[in-house]
Structure formats: structure tokens, C-alpha cells
Design a binder for this molecule. Structure first.
Ligand code: HEC
Length: 130
């Protein structure tokens, strides 16, 4: 009897461990992992790298700022991530006058992520500061 209980216990633990590594969690992309490509400029907390803002592009948004969030929609943010942001500029040290945009232009990521991943990333960006 004891042996049987033991076998059941061991099997349950093994099943639990398996579901933890190969179950639902592994199927859905991890937003924080997807966001890794963005952290150099937008920083881990979404507030934006201050050095990047000062040297490359003053328009770098703060994703946690309520004023910024108010102006956003899922569609707008998703489009920005997928297609990039033009960043037109006319003057200032960060302005790349010849090319007509700030040095640190936001490029499009449509080729790097699937449609599903873009949606997940968009939700993640809009979740900062909540
Ligand atoms: C090389 C630096 C850099 C990287 C890497 C980068 N961004 Fe950006 N991003 C910017 C800058 C700069 C802006 C502001 C552009 C402007 O308005 O001039 C911006 C703007 C945005 C915006 C606002 C778009 C809008 O409509 O106002 C979103 C959302 C965004 N980035 C998301 C992301 C995500 C998600 C990633 C990673 C997949 C990413 N960015 C990677 C620099 C970067």
C-alpha cells in the first residue's frame, strides 16, 4: 500500500514538472522576452534610456507616462512597432539634417515578429505604469 502511494506521488510530481516546462507556458510567447530587443532604447521599465533621448532622439517616449498613454491606442502603438516612426526633425544636435530625421529613428519590426507577437508586445508596451 505504501509502495503504491509512493508511485502515485512520484508520477504526479513528474507530471507536474513536465507540464511546467512543456505545457501552456511554453506555447504563448513571453512578452518580456519579446521586449528585449527594445530595451536598449526604451529601457526595461519603459521610461526610455535618458542618454539615448539626449543624444539621439528627444522624442523617445516614456511608456509609463500617463500623458503619453492617454494619446495611444492599440492600433497606433502596433503600427509604430511594425512600421517604425518617421521622426522628422529640422534642427538640434540629434538631428540628422541630411537624412531629415533624428539619428535614433524608430525602425519597423514587422519582419522580426509574427502578427501574434506584435499584439502581445503592444499590450506589454501599454501595460507600463499601470
Ligand atoms: C534604436 C532605438 C530604438 C529601439 C531599439 C526601439 N525603439 Fe521604439 N522608439 C524609438 C524612438 C526614438 C521613438 C520615438 C520616435 C519619434 O517619435 O521620433 C520610438 C517610438 C516608439 C513607440 C511610439 C510610437 C508612436 O506611435 O508614438 C513605440 C510604441 C515603440 N517605440 C515601441 C518599440 C518596441 C516595442 C521596440 C522593440 C521591438 C522598440 N520600440 C525598439 C527608438 C527605439
Amino acid at each position: 500500500m505504501l509502495k503504491r502511494t509512493l508511485i502515485i506521488a512520484v508520477t504526479s510530481i513528474a507530471l507536474l514538472a513536465l507540464s511546467g516546462t512543456t505545457g501552456f507556458a511554453a506555447d504563448a510567447p513571453d512578452p518580456a522576452k519579446l521586449y528585449k530587443k527594445c530595451m536598449g532604447c526604451h529601457s526595461k521599465d519603459g521610461k526610455g534610456n535618458p542618454k539615448f533621448r539626449a543624444k539621439k532622439n528627444p522624442n523617445l517616449p516614456d511608456f509609463s507616462d500617463p500623458a503619453w498613454k492617454k494619446k495611444q491606442t492599440h492600433e497606433k502603438v502596433r503600427k509604430g512597432i511594425a512600421e517604425g516612426v518617421p521622426s522628422p526633425c529640422k534642427e538640434g544636435p540629434a538631428c540628422n539634417v541630411e537624412k531629415g530625421h533624428y539619428k535614433g529613428k524608430m525602425k519597423g519590426y514587422a519582419k522580426k515578429y509574427s502578427a501574434e507577437e506584435l499584439d502581445i508586445l503592444t499590450k506589454y508596451v501599454l501595460s507600463f505604469g499601470k
